[in-house]
Design a protein around this ligand. Sequence first.
Ligand code: ADP
Ligand code: MG
Length: 238
Amino acid sequence: MTGSPLPPALRLSGVTFAYGPNGKTILDIDALSVESGERLFLKGASGSGKSTLLGLIAGILTAQTGEIEVLGENLPALNAARRDAFRAARLGVIFQMFNLLPYLPVGANVTLPCRFSARRAKAADAAGGADSEARRLLSRLGLDPAEIWSKRSTELSVGQQQRVAAARALIGRPGLILADEPTSALDFDTRNAFISLLSEECEAANAALIFVSHDGSLADHFDRALDLSEINRAMERA
Ligand code: ADP
Ligand code: MG
C-alpha cells in the first residue's frame, strides 16, 4: 500500500445533457463531487433527471458538454466499448426494477459481474471465491443463501430481488455503487432495513454510494443529502 489517497468517486463539472440534438436540456450541472467511500443521497421529483444523471455517471449516456471523472477515470475520453468495460469492472448498479436476469438462478445472477470483469473476479477470489463471496453478501443482506441460491428471480419477492441485486452490485468490491430508486416497490420496514444493509456493506467494502430517490425521508441513512434541483440549472428554466 502506498500512502496516496484514493481518487474521488465522482468529479463532475460543467455537464449539460439533452436527449437528441433538438431535445430540451435535461441536466445543466456546474459541479458535483462524491469522495471516495462517501454515501450520497440525491433527492429529486419524478422526471427531474435522476436516472439520466446516473446514466451519465455509468457511461450509458454521454453528455454534450463537461467533465465526468469516475474513480479517477475520465469517462468522456473512453469509447463505448471501454466505457462498458469500465462499468462492469468498477461500478455496481442497482435499478428500480428489471434488475435480475429472470432465466438465471440467484447464484449465477450475483456472480455475473465476476464473469464480465477479471478485476472483480480477482477481488472476489481474494475474498474466498465468487460463490463464497456471493453467499456471504446474500446473508449479510438478510437472505438465506442455501434457500434461494438455485431459485429463479421470478420465484422471489420484490424485496428479495432487490437484495439479490444489491449483492450483485457489491460483489468484487466496485468503487462506486449507483442505486436508482431501488426501494420504491418495498414497504416502509423492508425499505429501511434494505438501505441500512446496503449502506453498511458499502462502508465495509469502502465503496462510495450514490442513491437517488424522490422520497426525501430516506436521507438520514446517508453521509450527505442533496436535492437535484439545487444543482441542476436546467430545472430553474423549465
Ligand atoms: P427521473 O429519473 O428523475 O424520474 P429521468 O432522468 O428519467 O427523471 O427523466 C428526466 C427527463 O428526461 C424527463 O422529462 C423524461 O421525460 C426525459 N427522458 C428520459 N428518458 C428519455 C429518453 N430516452 N428520451 C427522451 N427523453 C427522455
Ligand atoms: Mg428515474
